[in-house]
Design a protein around this ligand. Structure first.
Ligand SMILES: CC(C)(COP(=O)(O)OP(=O)(O)OC[C@H]1O[C@@H](n2cnc3c(N)ncnc32)[C@H](O)[C@@H]1OP(=O)(O)O)[C@@H](O)C(=O)NCCC(=O)NCCS
Length: 147
């Protein structure tokens, strides 16, 4: 099986492809504007997954690169799934030299717990201590038709 090549150079990313996946296919970023994707990439550590010249996978990490990190926007294009590519991608994230020694590394997932568990992620041991300001339909606000 062809090995996934991973680049952390944001110049290598296909932003329209990332935007298309996030805005149309993802469960968490429906309707995200492309300018928001550009801004998020600019301020993140990015991990692009390549097969030859084709971009097939992506993940990014928001972090101070010293104490805390948050993994988001992990995906593998549909036709390339179930070949271990997300495992390779998350492995590269975990091994990144600027993401070592963190006190807390977080992520949110609705059904891929098994993927992240392989890298030591577990449900919060003290969920009662965590708070969030959560706007699940942030990018759809203002776009909804009135009832
Ligand atoms: C989730 C996703 C990234 C997995 O990518 P993939 O390349 O098909 O996964 P892999 O082939 O690397 O397999 C990952 C491993 O995690 C496991 N796993 C756990 N939950 C999973 C899930 N929801 N989807 C796929 N694999 C999952 C697999 O069984 C596999 O285990 P194995 O190594 O023992 O075989 C991919 O299905 C995807 O892009 N989905 C849509 C976007 C998404 O949901 N992203 C995750 C947001 S948290």
């Amino acid at each position: 099986m062809e090995q996934l090549r991973i680049s952390t150079n944001a110049q290598d990313l296909d932003v329209p492809l990332i935007h298309r996946f996030l805005s149309e296919e993802s469960a968490w970023a429906q309707g995200i504007p492309i300018e928001t994707v550009h801004t998020s990439i600019r301020h993140s550590l990015n991990f692009g997954g390549f097969l030859g010249a084709s971009r097939v996978a992506y993940a990014r990490v928001v972090s101070d690169r010293a104490t805390f990190a948050y993994l988001v926007d992990v995906f593998v294009l549909k036709e390339h799934r179930a070949k271990g590519y997300s495992r390779a991608l998350v492995g590269a994230v975990i091994a990144h030299p600027q993401l070592q020694g963190l006190r807390r590394f977080m992520l949110a997932t609705s059904d891929a717990h098994g993927l992240y568990a392989k890298f030591g992620f577990a449900p919060s041991s003290r969920p009662q201590t965590l708070m969030e300001k959560y706007v699940p339909d942030a990018y759809l606000q203002g776009k909804k038709k009135p009832l």
